[in-house]
Design a protein around this ligand. Structure first.
Ligand code: PGA
Length: 222
């Protein structure tokens, strides 16, 4: 049985109360051993929510890891509005880097490279998002999420066959990459079609991760 990464990207959603309610609601299903065995569940809340989500997971001993949605490309210092990898590493083991929604705001391949360097330096595992197999993957990134833009938030996922083709290409072009996740309109109904592909090692879930019932069903189905 291969290991799978199931990543919830909450984006700019949820207040603290809503985040804690989500955790409470998902706890019973996530605590039932078999669902989780070979699955690493990672929740990526906004920075505002990270400490409280971390605290809840810790106090309730939940098998969930925390990821952040971005990190600064700078080391600590005079960078107003930024969150350094060193600060994020207090709570997070993972960081999404180079999501297409950030690239659309001007983030470049060079920024992504620098952010991955910061992540490596601070023991954070990067989840680098790419829209196809030609996007450069920085040294140090072992997890890649293939997310075609037209599939994000549209209800029109890529075909599992094409996602598998891209995942295979990414791994053969960049041997340092051990895991390729698929993202873009993943639901409990289609997740298995992706995770049953040989080279797809999990999913990055946006919209469908916001509802704890749907997300726990994604974890079960994959
Ligand atoms: P979606 O988003 O699941 O809502 O399509 C995925 C993502 O942007 O990571």
């Amino acid at each position: 049985m291969k290991n799978l990464y199931i990543v919830a990207n909450w984006k700019e959603n949820k207040t603290t109360d809503e985040a804690i309610r989500w955790l409470r609601e998902i706890s019973p299903s996530i605590n039932s051993g078999q669902t989780i065995l070979n699955k690493k569940v990672i929740v990526c809340p906004s920075f505002m929510l990270v400490p409280q989500v971390w605290q809840f997971i810790k106090s309730n001993n939940l098998p969930i890891e925390i990821g952040v949605q971005d990190i600064s490309r700078f080391d600590e210092g005079a960078h107003t509005g930024e969150v350094s990898a060193r600060e994020a590493a207090e709570y997070a083991k993972f960081s999404i880097i180079g999501h297409s929604e950030r690239r659309a705001l001007g983030e470049t391949d060079e920024d992504v490279q620098e952010k991955v360097e910061m992540a490596v330096k601070n023991d954070i595992e990067s989840i680098v998002c790419v829209v196809n197999e030609n996007v450069p993957i920085p040294t140090g990134a072992k997890i890649v999420a293939y997310e075609p833009i037209e599939a994000i938030g549209t209800g029109n996922p890529d075909t599992p066959e094409n996602a598998e083709k891209v995942a295979h290409l990414v791994k053969s072009k960049t041997p340092q990459v051990s895991y390729v996740l698929y993202g873009g309109s993943v639901t409990s109904e289609n997740v298995k079609n992706f995770t049953s592909m040989d080279h797809i090692d999990g999913v990055l879930v946006g919209g469908a991760s916001l509802d704890p019932v749907e997300f726990s069903s994604i974890i079960k189905q994959c």
